[in-house]
Design a protein around this ligand. Structure first.
Ligand code: F42
Length: 145
């Protein structure tokens, strides 16, 4: 079993720690926005190490939409490459933990629909996309059978 390697960013690491230690009852929102967050557990594409990445909770029915915005930074977050290489993830949404599989959404029509859901759940995504020339990656996560 590979080791869990926490994020090098203190605030991210702290959020994951509190979210998990409380069993999903604390640390479940983004700072002072009050908006809900999920934790995506996945494997590093080079090391195979276990990574835990908090993301905004965007739902599409029973599925989750994962948005690689990273505040509109010029490069994709590393987790995007991890998910492309290893699509099997585990998603914690408050107290519920589910094994899921992700798929990157390339189809423009599908992406546009999911992007609307994402912006409705977390309006700053729109501003992040405007800030960067890269096309922000969008993934859909579905329960693994
Ligand atoms: N980020 C988003 O992109 N979207 C969101 O909706 C979002 C919401 C959110 C809510 C709460 C919160 O606390 C954080 C939130 N974030 C959101 C930030 C998110 O959690 C990530 O921190 C951010 O997206 C950056 O992701 P990252 O994967 O680039 O993280 C960096 C800092 C990181 O962990 N780097 C590691 C390191 O050690 O430098 C790399 C870890 C890694 O995966 N390594 C790979 C491996 O094989 O192990 C190899 C790396 C390679 O070279 O390919």
């Amino acid at each position: 079993m590979p080791d869990y390697v926490p994020s090098p960013r203190q605030w991210v690491r702290d959020q994951v720690e509190l979210y998990e230690r409380s069993g999903g009852t604390e640390g479940t929102t983004l700072r002072d926005t009050g908006l809900p967050v999920i934790v995506v557990t996945h494997a590093g594409n080079k090391t195979g190490a276990i990574r835990k990445t908090p993301l905004m909770r965007v739902k599409d029915g029973a599925k989750y939409v994962l948005v690689g915005s990273m505040g509109g930074a010029p490069t994709h977050p590393v987790w995007v490459y991890n998910l492309r290489a290893n699509p099997a993830v585990e998603i914690r949404d408050h107290t519920a933990v589910q094994a899921m599989r992700v798929r990157e959404v390339d189809d423009e029509t599908e992406r546009a629909r999911l992007w609307k859901l994402a912006v409705a759940a977390f309006p700053p995504y729109e501003e992040y996309q405007a800030k960067t020339t890269r096309r922000i990656p969008v993934f859909i996560a579905e329960p693994r059978g």
